[in-house]
Design a protein around this ligand. Sequence first.
Ligand code: NCD
Length: 353
Amino acid sequence: MRHLIDFSDMTREQWEQLYQRASQIMDAPEEYIHVCEGRISCNLFYEPSTRTNFSFQTAMMRLGGSVFGFADPNSSSVAKGETLKDTVKMVSNYADVVVMRTPWEGSAKAASLYSAVPVVNAGDGGHMHPTQTMADLTTITRLRGGVDGLCLGLCGDLKNGRTVHSLIKAMAKFRDIKFFLISPRELAVPEYIRAFMRERQMWFTEVTGLEAVIPQLDVLYMTRIQKERFVDPLEYERNKGVYILTRRKLERAKKDMLVMHPLPRVDEIAVDVDDDPRAVYFAQARYGMFARMALLEHLALQDRDDHLPPVEIGTKPVCTNPRCITQTEHYLPPLVRKIGGVDCCGFCDAVLR
Ligand code: NCD
């Protein structure tokens, strides 16, 4: 694996190798403190982040490597109008791996076309967040012994929640997974995710109520309503606070169900749930750091590639998704991929119309 843009970039075997490595690091972290010595990660964070940015930074530090970058694009040449392509070409001169988070869907894929070093997608708008999925799978595997055969409830803003999209894609690699997708109708998963699940014949059902399905779940994955992604503030007002997990609702859940959340939480999990042994969201953040250590070890030790093939220059964007990176970076090539037989944008996956 050269870049991690989407969880589909990995095979199940590659994931299992990374998981084994993350487990080994967890069990004896002192053995890994020199693994990335002399290696440098560039962390480009165009969007707010606490966990992801800090855990990538500390992951690299715990491997003996160093980190530079920005957490506020206004302090970089981006504020002067530099393109993503130029920023990435520049920083890949200095770093051994580039970790990036942006509000633009498909931006990590775009960056990977121009980077001499591996690129990691640490969240591209409401699209994907594959390293959060590594944290999620590490948590489930450590605490439940495996992922096959589980029944998962994904609850909240499934339209804009990138962690949910990545988790669903990853689950296609496992057997006998059942999904209850719990959301208000207007915040249901995007069409390309539904097409992906149908194509792979994944078992899923879309519901609006949490309480009726809670007794069936092995994992309840709560998510925040993603306020910053709403174009219409009234749509946010209609949906905020729609799901709140309380101790009372948990009474009907299995005794060994895991309550997970990528965090930050707003109000969707009542604070008194934190002390329930099934609440594992803070441990999940720690597992995420070890998973990222395994990933950085794999990527930051790779050789640079200073002879990337030329990329065709785009003329006009083929994608009409207003949040797609092709809307602002007009030089990008017109990439198309098929999902469930339908033509979709090769950057943001939106169905092409
Ligand atoms: C998530 C994200 O940024 O998508 N947070 C995270 O990375 N742990 C979830 C969120 O912001 O709701």
